[in-house]
Design a protein around this ligand. Sequence first.
Ligand code: NAP
Length: 338
Amino acid sequence: MRAVVTTRNGDVDVLKVETRPDPVPGRGEVLIRVKAAGLNFADILARQGLYPDGPPKPCVMGYEVAGTVEAVGHELDRALVTKPVVAMTRFGGQAELVVVPLTQIFEKPEQLSFEQGAAVPVNYLTAWALLVTMGGLKKEEAVLIHNAGGGVGLAALDIAKHIGARTYGTASTSKHEFLKARGLDHPIDYRGQDWLPVLMDLTGGRGVELVIDPLGGSSWKKSYRALRTTGRMGVFGMSTASASGIRGKLRAIRALAQTPRFHPLTLMNRNRGVFGLNLGHMWDEGEKVAGWTSEIVRGINEGWIQPYVDRSFTFDQIADAHQYIEARKNIGKVVLVP
Ligand SMILES: NC(=O)c1ccc[n+]([C@@H]2O[C@H](COP(=O)([O-])OP(=O)(O)OC[C@H]3O[C@@H](n4cnc5c(N)ncnc54)[C@H](OP(=O)(O)O)[C@@H]3O)[C@@H](O)[C@H]2O)c1
């Protein structure tokens, strides 16, 4: 099979398409012929050497795929073969074939293309956990979604709209019109101006009940200041560190140095909460994740979840795909097709 290999840490020239032996499904596993694989910000950070959860290099990245079942392990039902499915993959998804435990697949909703299917797991599970499970977002509460035009951002917008929350979102200005059309109440430029006073003006000085922040470093400090009484802040990434080579290392060190500390007594007295999410540390919580997945599939069937694929790149265009995200050009999901 052909696979996208991150050969070592570095710039996009370390990405190669290589031939690897076809994987074979073992007990309780299925072999999927990949039609589309999600590309995530984590794949970029892994290539830059800034993603501690990634496998040792050389490695095949890829947390999610959509495709058809090609074969099943011994004791599994052969009726699964040829079925269109979506799967969470613990790496290895950016290849023509991948093996996953049966528990990590679900049937692809008919109305979704394979590309849209591959846009579901990481973005929507992350957004669901942040907004619903941990953030407890309620109707008429206000939520600030950072990077609202990104993959997780658009997923969070779908869910927040369904809940009936008032939505505020930071994004590059080129994405604002799209975001408004998609239902975002208040797009905010966060690159050409200080977004906090703008948000405070828009909320009559009160702030918001929930912020989800994947930027990290000093951004977490500012997002915390945007919270209204009973507000919660969900932290889930450090995009601000993104860069290749020594620049990335320096940015990561700066982000760590600028990371705020939250004292329990201060949280108590200010009626605020701070929580963290790492979907990549949920592999032992299959039942919980399956519960979230069935809510997401319900949302797809009812039409309030609409995975948006911005662009597909072929495996051979992997360098362009990484550069597209690094240049902040993507709106929603970028997928790879073999
Ligand atoms: N903890 C978890 O479980 C989990 C799961 C999924 C994703 N994440 C994190 O969530 C964030 C978003 O992930 P995603 O896969 O959905 O990607 P994404 O949002 O598509 O990421 C790209 C967008 O992020 C914004 N951005 C902010 N800082 C950036 C930077 N330094 N360089 C390039 N783009 C930057 C840009 O949009 P604008 O300029 O328009 O804002 C860009 O278009 C990442 O930090 C990722 O690591 C965490």
